[in-house]
Structure formats: C-alpha cells, structure tokens
Design a protein around this ligand. Sequence first.
Ligand SMILES: Cc1cc2nc3c(=O)[nH]c(=O)nc-3n(C[C@H](O)[C@H](O)[C@H](O)COP(=O)(O)OP(=O)(O)OC[C@H]3O[C@@H](n4cnc5c(N)ncnc54)[C@H](O)[C@@H]3O)c2cc1C
Length: 270
Amino acid sequence: MNLNTIAQVKRPKSFDEIEWRDGHAFLAGGTWLFSEPQVTTDTLVDLEQFGWPALTVTPAGLEIAATAKIVELHDFKGPADWKAVPLFDKCVDAFLMSFKIWNAATVGGNICMSLPAGAMISLTAALEGVCTLWPREGKPREVSVVDFVTANHQNVLRKGELLRSIRLPAAALTKRFAMRQTSLTHLGRSAALIIATVKDDGSDFLLTITAATPRPVQLRFDRVPASEALRRAIDERLPPDGYFDDVHGSAAYKRHITHYLADQIRAELA
Ligand SMILES: Cc1cc2nc3c(=O)[nH]c(=O)nc-3n(C[C@H](O)[C@H](O)[C@H](O)COP(=O)(O)OP(=O)(O)OC[C@H]3O[C@@H](n4cnc5c(N)ncnc54)[C@H](O)[C@@H]3O)c2cc1C
C-alpha cells in the first residue's frame, strides 16, 4: 500500500550517516511496513545500501546479516557436518508465505517484528543465535535471540537501535534436530512451532517453544528427558495462561499441542 505519511526515504551507505529522530523507521524488505498505515512514521531509512554480505561462514559458525533475504537462507548449503542446516528450509516453509515474503522479507525484519509466529525467530532461537545490535550511542551489544523478543511484537531494541546480524554458533549447527509445526488452517499462521536439538551422543537436549507462546521459551536438559519429565518441565516453566491466545488458537489448544508435539520431538531424538 502507499504510505501517505512518508515525506522522505533515506538511503545511507553507513550507520554513522543516520541522524535518527522520532518519525524515522528502518526499512528492510518492507513487507510489513507497506502492509498497513504507519501514521507515526514520516521517514524511511533503507538498509539496502549498507551492502552487507548476506551469509558468512566462519570457523565459529554462520553470520546472518539482518538484511539477508528469506530466499537466501532457503538456498544456503552449509558445511557437511552442519546437520541443522535442513532446519532453515523447514522454518522458511512455516511462514504464511507469499511471493513477496519469500523474495523481499529479511531475516532481521522478521526478528524485529517479534511476532509469536516469526519463523526466523524460531529458527535462530533454536540454533542458539546471538544478535549484534548497534545502538545510536556507544558500542555494539549482544543479546541472544531468546532474550531479544520480550512479548508479542515487543523486543529489547532501543530507539534508533539497529539489528546488524545474527550469529549461529557452529556447535549448535552440528547438532541433530527435530521440528514440528501446526496451524489451525491449511497454510495458516503457526499455532505452535517447536524445535529441539541434541548432540550426537544424546547430550545437551534443547527444546525451543515458539508461536504457541508470546515469546520464545527454551528448556535445556543434560540428556534427552523421559516423557513425564519433559511434560513436568514445560508445565513448571509455562503456566496455562502463559500461552498466546489469539485467532490462530486458544491458549488451552496451544498448551495441549505444545505437549503433544514436544513429546513427538523427544521420542524422535531419543
Ligand atoms: C502476506 C503476509 C504474510 C506474513 N506472514 C508472516 C508470518 O507467517 N510470520 C511473521 O512473523 N510475519 C509475517 N508477516 C509479517 C512480515 O511481513 C514479516 O515478519 C517479515 O519477515 C518482515 O520482514 P521485512 O524485511 O519485510 O521487514 P520490514 O517490513 O521492512 O520491517 C519490519 C519492522 O522491523 C523493523 N526493522 C527491520 N529491519 C530492522 C533492523 N535490521 N533493525 C531494526 N529494526 C528493523 C522495521 O522498522 C519495521 O518496524 C507477513 C506479512 C504479510 C504481508
């Protein structure tokens, strides 16, 4: 849609060029920004000219630029021992997808939207991602993806702060994984997207619950837990009203489905 409040689009080549003030908004893929009126925004700051490389493999893991497109993540082929890379595709498929989202939406834009059904949040949280944030003043800071999202459509970004990149550690990328996702309607928005990872020797089982909850919830176990222990741990962490109640599923439904899918994942990785 046309945004009739926008008076200017800035295309800076570096972060230092930006003189931030109220009314500015970062423009990434624009798939959300252009999907509804932005009445408090008069200037878009386009991130495209920064020219950051989308995906960089290093011995420490994978660095994903915030501006990396969903399609670039889909096309990524990692080193042979990164067994978790097929999870990228599975999470991309979990999107309520259109041509526009596939080709224009960015990984950073999805994380900054901080919606419960943000599939890039599910992916990067499950793979123990760490966000690098560039504040307006001072040094860059790092926040895990799990802690980045604080509630539905809320996160730790301060005014004018930019999400620069997300780093996935090699240790997480080499783990085995299992994932389950469900929606109330065919191709609908996720009601639950649950992922677990585990090391080859059965240690370090990490369960990440997303979409069913307003923000990602993570539970770590030394080894793959027994069914009852997993159920108990989820209930201890998530009270019945800790689930996200919306048109894509009631809290009670999401609680039920979380237990059901988490136990399937547990059995698959055991
Ligand atoms: C048909 C359709 C289906 C959708 N389905 C889903 C879905 O299933 N799940 C879901 O989560 N969302 C969905 N969305 C919402 C949205 O389009 C996506 O979340 C998308 O990934 C946003 O990415 P973008 O690059 O287009 O962000 P933009 O629209 O450009 O930006 C989104 C927000 O993030 C801010 N932002 C972007 N990048 C940065 C950055 N690097 N640092 C700081 N702030 C930044 C922007 O200022 C803006 O507030 C859907 C939208 C449409 C139109």
